[in-house]
Design a protein around this ligand. Structure first.
Ligand code: F6R
Length: 357
């Protein structure tokens, strides 16, 4: 199954363009229009608020999905960590729709919420990679990720698939609610696919980033603003789970409210800038930590790049940049783990699906 790849993780990172193409194909009708099952769209259109429930990487995908549902479809959306929801239950709206995002469809924390909300009579939709999984069987509706089996414990292609499927679902919801869109999502997703391929081809360059920033690091920070903040959370999770380097994802503006105290000479800080509206802000945050000795690696999108940036990702639509920027972080994590001689596919203390609460 591994073919010529040394690990499942790098195989799955490399499969991402293929996964994007598969999703584009599966979610379009014979006229090339975006397509989502009618029952699902009806539920989405009837809901007055969406509650996204997920854990780990899937939770991070949910944060990006919220942007799509709110900005494109105008539907208020909350994203919750599954294990907290049962205890820190928010006040629910009158007509909530629960969306469970789970690669495996088996995560016990998410299932506990599903059982609970079903008892209360609420509607549910599961977005999963595994047809027939528990969360799929028990929810009212299912959307499939079409990412193919994900074997490596660290989730990569499922995250990208989750974001793509969330984008398509939100775009169809928007269309059905007669919200006008100024972008053709299908063609923008095709551009994203090409951009992901470019990043993957740059793997040797990204491996050098690891040599320059993480070889001896014990801790690290991932900063960003707006969508880039959410991608930083995912970058940090990926790095810690397989390289065992302590990593924290941070909203650029929050750093100065405490965490900046941890910056020392040589502390690696990854700063992501793909959003024009916050480019200057994140660059000034990067400057603040640099002035305190941080070893700052700026990853910027084409068009926003400046001299001295470490890596530039190809330009894609503003709302879709997470699909491309995350690949840089996936590769950084992969090489960091590899350089430390860790078991990349089976990191210590972790299992692929977490079936205990
Ligand atoms: C991280 C990772 C985990 C999972 C989480 C939820 O790389 O894989 O954080 O994302 O355990 O799993 P699923 O999506 O199967 O519910």
């Amino acid at each position: 199954e591994l073919g010529t790849y040394p690990h499942y993780m790098i195989k799955e990172i490399n499969e991402q363009p293929q996964v994007m193409r598969k999703i584009i194909k599966e979610y379009q009708d014979e006229h090339g229009e975006l397509k989502i099952d009618k029952n699902i769209i009806t539920q989405l259109n009837e809901a007055d608020r969406l509650y996204v429930i997920a854990a780990g990487t899937s939770y991070h995908a949910g944060l990006i999905g919220k942007e799509y549902f709110e900005k494109w479809a105008g539907v208020p959306t909350e994203v919750h960590v599954a294990s907290e929801f049962v205890y820190n239950t928010p006040l629910l709206s009158e007509k909530p729709l629960f969306i469970f995002i789970s690669q495996s469809g088996e995560t016990a924390d998410s299932r506990a919420v599903l059982v609970d909300i079903k008892e209360k009579g609420y509607k549910s939709l599961t977005i999963t990679n595994v047809p027939g999984s528990t969360l799929s069987r028990e929810a009212d509706e299912t959307l499939i990720l079409h990412a193919g089996p994900e074997i490596a414990v660290a989730s990569t292609k499922a995250y990208v698939a989750q974001i793509a499927v969330l984008a398509i679902t939100a775009a169809v919801t928007a269309r059905e609610l007669n919200k006008v869109s100024d972008m053709n999502l299908m063609s923008e997703l095709a551009k994203v696919t090409t951009a992901i391929t470019t990043v993957i081809e740059d793997a040797p360059k990204i491996e050098e980033i690891v040599t320059g920033y993480l070889e001896t690091a014990r801790n690290s920070f991932f900063i960003g603003r707006a969508m880039d903040y959410y991608v930083g959370l995912e970058g940090a999770l990926k790095l810690k789970e397989i390289s065992y380097i302590q990593a924290e994802g941070f909203a650029g503006g929050e750093l100065k409210h405490g965490t900046i105290a941890l910056i020392e000479e040589g502390t690696p800080v990854f700063a992501l800038s793909t959003q024009e509206k916050v480019d200057l802000n994140i660059r000034s945050n990067a400057q603040e930590v640099k002035a305190r000795g941080a070893n700052v690696c700026v990853v910027a999108m084409e068009g926003l790049e400046q001299q001295g940036d470490t890596y530039v990702i190809p330009k894609v639509d503003d709302m879709l940049t997470p699909l491309v920027s995350v690949v840089v972080y996936q590769l950084i994590s992969y090489y960091a783990a590899l350089h430390r001689g860790n078991d990349v596919d089976k990191p210590r203390n972790l299992a692929k699906s977490v079936t205990v609460e």
